[in-house]
Design a protein around this ligand. Sequence first.
Ligand code: DX5
Ligand code: ZN
Length: 256
Amino acid sequence: MMSYSCVNTTNCCKIATNILVAFTFPFLYLLFIVIPIFGGMKHLIAPSILAADFANLQRDIQMLNQSEADWIHVDIMDGLFVPNISFGFPVVEAVNKYATKPLDVHLMITDPDRYLKSFADRGAAHITVHYEACTHLNRTVQAIKELGCTAGVALNPHTPVALLEDIIADVDLVLIMSVNPGFGGQKFISNTYKKIEQLKVLCSLQNPDLFIEVDGGVNLQNTPELVKAGANVLVAGNFVFSSGNPTATIQELKQI
Ligand code: DX5
Ligand code: ZN
């Protein structure tokens, strides 16, 4: 027959074990299930400095550094692939000098292979080229990766997602243009939602970690639907910089 003190000790052990399990299980559940699934799903915000005040670029970059922006989107336009010229290497160097966040370089230029190294050397973390501007896209994507950058491919609004079928496994990022490239402040094209969903299906087996970036006319109204469709990087130019409080606007876009 067990003594009273022995029964007491056994009960104490059981209670201690139960308390341990009761506290440990939810902690492990949070750590390994909830945070990786829901925490990892949060979309990134990449404000486009095309809409920044170029007379106060250092100030605007420092604002982005202190905001909840994840990347800094840098639009390069050559006046040939798109009907506008934005800025070149001296400005990218100036941005890189002050930016503490990754530079997300969007090349809207013909034959981008000529300049990949130049942008990598000037601090690009992500380089995106246009599907429509590359003759040998596979080679271009490999060249970007060899430079140590994330490789992205952008699609104009008229270019079908299905054309990426044979490159999707090799890219890190696909940028879906939700306006015709060349200018900031244009109206969002709603066909974009369908393209994000198609891309989500296309990458689900071969490249589930793909960055799905949307660029053009992004605002607080369309962000919920873009995120729901599967976008995980949102570029916003005018909506951020033309707002009264860009830092708060970035925070609002991030919190959706
Ligand atoms: C358009 C550029 C966009 C542009 C976005 O050709 O690629 O990145 O800066 O600007 P908003 O958000 O104003 O449309
Ligand atoms: Zn862009």
